[in-house]
Ligand binder design. Structure first.
Ligand SMILES: Cc1ncc(COP(=O)(O)O)c(C=O)c1O
Length: 433
């Protein structure tokens, strides 16, 4: 690998002693400095011995999130992926009258409520958006992104419905916190009698046209994974609009136990419920969500200002949105891209004056102990999903491939100081010398 530390372009810059991270958990000291906001709620769980999947934290957290989002019902779950899985099962129940799908002629349940069915989903996303479709035997069909938001392209979605008119379910993610064109997507779904699951795992607190992401769809999903805008160490939540469905998800996620004196099961169950410990951490973090969003916005603005004059753009913040700016990203203008190739496991690039590439910038930042990441590799390019259908608006152009080829995620940790960020910006600027 190139020796960036001794490269003349970076003269005078020293590696960070403490690694500057992409996005890590931020916990909060109490006002007196003697404890932690989050820990006090966890302590309450310990002291009352409610440490499993019930207790005051979980009971308080669900309406707290619902209130914040302007949503009707929230179900606390073990992670965002579990929430997507539960949303899919609820959707299948509504669409096909079954959440277990195929069974043998004599009634033995084989599972797979999406068995043999296609589902449209975001192409440029983390694979957790998509995998639960496959858990249920469904076949993801990937929908390309558009440049204005980097999210699902409504035009490509429209084309997908022309090609596959029987599809009745769409899973749509808001990448890096920026809301997609969710009202257009919702209208297209409605016109085709399809249900919409909104993956707002990365966009908690972001609004589109004044309404929180996650609340537009028939179901919504949030993640409290360690790298998210707030975290419970893990955890996730399902957003839904009616009590019956919220209760169903609560039942399924606690092994589908029927009210009986013994373990009685009429439906397939899952161990997906959020624990009262995780709920305590999230409850404490909710008090600081606004502060986290402000810190992320300040990071985004500093990058934007710091990159002035460079042949790069920041990731879009969307149209008529207020975004949580969860991850700041950049994309290099096509004419400023140095030669850059990626195989399935490795990247090669050349160092060219006035130009750079995502891999050069990531390696340079890494050499100085700062963590970036490539743009999430599009699903249609993933070996596991390469045979799946993929629909783009223009026949010969993949927007998500282009964003992956030219873009990268920048250190966006809300504990990164302005001084540290100024050095990160300098490193990136120097890559273009
Ligand atoms: C877009 C997206 N969807 C779903 C998930 C899954 O969330 P979790 O890690 O809580 O299962 C994540 C993050 O991890 C994500 O980034």
């Amino acid at each position: 690998m190139h020796d960036f530390v001794n490269d003349d372009r970076f003269k005078g810059i020293k590696p960070f002693e403490k690694r500057v991270l992409l996005a890590s958990p931020t916990m909060h000291k109490t006002a007196d400095g003697n404890s932690w906001t989050e820990l006090d709620y966890v302590r309450e769980a310990f002291e009352t011995n409610w440490i499993t999947c019930a207790g005051s934290n979980l009971t308080a957290l669900e309406p707290l999130i619902a209130d914040y989002l302007g949503a009707k019902y929230i179900v606390g779950l073990s992670c965002g992926t579990a929430a997507i899985h539960m949303a899919i099962k609820l959707a299948a129940n509504k669409l096909y009258g079954s959440n277990t799908g195929i069974s043998t002629p004599d009634g033995q349940v084989l599972g797979g409520c999406l068995y043999g069915r296609k589902v449209f989903c975001t192409d440029l996303t983390f694979d957790a958006t998509v995998n639960p479709i496959v858990y249920e035997g469904g076949e993801p069909v990937f929908i390309d992104s558009e440049y204005e938001t980097w999210n699902m392209d409504p035009e490509a979605l429209g084309k997908a419905f022309e090609k596959f008119p029987d599809v009745k379910l769409v899973v749509c993610a808001h990448l890096y916190g920026t809301p997609g064109k969710i009202d257009e997507i919702k209208s297209i779904c409605e016109a085709h009698g399809a249900l919409l699951i909104e993956d707002a795992a990365e966009s908690l607190g972001s609004t589109y046209k004044g309404k929180q992401t996650g609340t537009w769809g028939d179901y919504g999903v949030i993640s409290f994974n360690g790298n998210k805008i707030i975290t419970g160490s893990a955890g996730g939540a399902l957003i839904c609009h009616n009590l019956e469905e919220a209760d169903k998800a609560r039942k399924w996620s606690t092994q589908s136990r029927e009210p009986a004196p013994w373990y009685q099961h009429e439906e397939l169950g899952y161990n997906y419920r959020m624990s009262n410990i995780i709920a305590g951490i999230v409850r404490g973090q909710m008090e600081h969500l606004g502060e986290h969003i402000s810190a992320k916005k300040a990071i985004y603005d500093r990058y934007k200002e710091g990159f002035k004059g460079l042949p790069v753009q920041m990731n879009p913040t969307g149209i008529d949105t207020d975004t949580n700016c969860w991850l700041s990203c950049m994309i290099i203008d096509p004419e400023a891209m140095a030669s850059h190739e990626r195989s399935d496991k490795e990247a090669t690039y050349s160092i060219e004056p006035g130009k750079s590439s995502p891999s050069e910038i990531l390696d340079a930042m890494n050499a100085f102990n700062a963590e970036g990441r490539p743009i999430w590799k599009p699903m249609h390019m993933q070996p596991i999903y390469r045979k799946n259908a993929y629909v783009t608006a223009a026949e010969d152009k993949s927007v998500s491939e282009d964003i992956f080829a030219r873009g990268l995620c920048l250190p966006s940790d809300n504990k990164m100081t302005a001084e540290e960020q100024a050095i990160v910006i300098k490193i990136i600027r120097n890559c273009f010398e």
